[in-house]
Design a binder for this molecule. Structure first.
Ligand SMILES: C[S@@+](CC[C@H](N)C(=O)[O-])C[C@H]1O[C@@H](n2cnc3c(N)ncnc32)[C@H](O)[C@@H]1O
Length: 371
């Protein structure tokens, strides 16, 4: 069957179950993720790589849609290296490249780790988009990246591990204890980013998160390389452990009963990249959902808050009803605070106001009706 996504017309198998069993894997729902990737990577290129040739690895390509979109849609001089272990996928990628007249690519058919290790310190951007966890590929991905201003993009769909439903799996794959809470999706991002950062230190590399999001069934993080032992040492100051008491977070630098970690506790975004990604997506006419996610993230990027205030959770503890989210946002703003809705939780507020300020807003709103 021939379909179109972005500027690519390509062939996918006629019968899809969207599982590993498919002849070649393609999930149309991940278009949102690929659109966001295009916007973020374009913003990254504009900031760090204007006019230079960029080598991109799409190490687990499937039909090739992600890498082929990078080859065609990125506004830069790029060469994309697409790889998949499945011989049917390999053939499909070649076929799809031909169908779109794309020549700025190289295609291979091997295990992702073999492919990455063949390209030591070679790539400017490495994209790991596997079934489940990216953990088995992170070490080789780091080795294949240039050591300064190169970008590592990781998707994880094993959210049961990262969000705390499968705790042992999280320990095995990310050497971290997860947290089951209203903020588990943000903590999933922080665990994944923290794990990649820890993997990089032995090469005297610092990985700095610049963008991330939790959408549908997956989380995705983007981290930039920087070299030097002193820079790598910064990693350990940015790792911590978090406990959640009915929505109140305690952050400290050692673990213990009920604490999740180690996870990254610094800022998850480069606000300039988040802003530019939004502008690029607007200019390219990406769908409304993509723009909504990017707008929420840009708003969120101006705050360093760990987690959010879940208004339903707080209202339940206060034994009162949750006010409409817009009321809370506008009252906090009128009170001089900055506030936005968390991109991963429509009931969650991120703000520079304290929990006490948020509680006051909730109680005041409800008191108006009780008088
Ligand atoms: C989730 S799919 C990739 C989807 C694709 N990136 C996209 O955006 O449509 C994961 C792919 O990894 C491939 N794969 C699984 N194990 C692999 C390995 N060890 N090395 C390389 N590719 C592998 C599978 O054949 C499958 O095509």
């Amino acid at each position: 069957m021939i379909i179109t996504e972005g500027e690519i017309t390509f062939e996918i198998p006629d019968h899809l179950t969207i599982t590993k069993k498919d002849e070649v894997f393609y999930n149309p729902k991940m278009k949102t993720c690929r659109d966001i990737s295009l916007a973020v990577i374009q913003a990254f290129i504009n900031k760090y790589y204007k006019d230079k040739e960029i080598k991109i690895a799409d190490a687990l390509s499937g039909t090739g849609i992600r890498g082929l979109r990078y080859a065609k849609e990125l506004n830069a001089k790029v060469k994309v290296f697409l790889n998949d272990i499945n011989p049917n996928a390999y053939r499909k990628i070649l076929q799809n490249a031909k169908l779109n007249d794309i020549s700025n690519i190289e295609v291979s058919n091997e295990d992702a780790n073999t492919f990455l290790s063949r390209h030591f310190r070679f790539f400017d951007i490495v994209d790991i988009d596997p079934f489940g966890s990216p953990s088995p590929y992170i070490d080789q991905a780091i080795r294949s990246l240039k050591t300064k201003n190169a970008l590592l993009c990781l998707t994880a769909t094993d959210t049961s591990a990262l969000c705390g439903r499968a705790k042992k799996s999280c320990l095995r794959k990310y050497l971290a204890v997860p947290l089951r809470s209203k903020d588990c999706h943000e903590f999933a991002l922080r665990i994944l980013a923290g794990y990649a950062m820890r993997m990089a230190t032995k090469y005297e590399l610092f990985l700095k998160p610049i963008f991330c999001h939790s959408t549908d069934h997956y989380v995705r993080v983007y981290l930039i390389t920087d070299r030097g032992a002193k820079k790598a040492d910064k990693t350990f100051k940015m790792l911590g452990y978090v406990k959640d008491y009915d929505g109140i977070k305690e952050v400290r630098n050692y673990g213990g009963e009920g604490f999740s970690g180690p996870l990254y506790i610094g800022n998850l975004y480069d606000s300039d990249i988040a802003k530019e990604a939004l502008e690029i997506a607007e200019k390219r006419g990406f769908e409304k959902r993509v723009l909504k996610i990017l707008k929420l993230i840009y708003d969120e990027s101006k705050l360093g808050q760990i987690g959010c205030y879940d208004i339903h959770q707080i209202s339940k503890v206060l034994k009162t009803s949750p006010p409409p989210m817009n009321e809370i946002l506008s009252t906090l703003e009128n009170n001089g605070f900055y506030a936005t809705i968390a991109h991963y939780n429509p009931k969650g507020i991120k703000t520079n106001a304290s929990l006490k300020d948020v509680i006051e807003v909730i109680l005041k709103y409800n008191n108006r009706f009780e008088r």
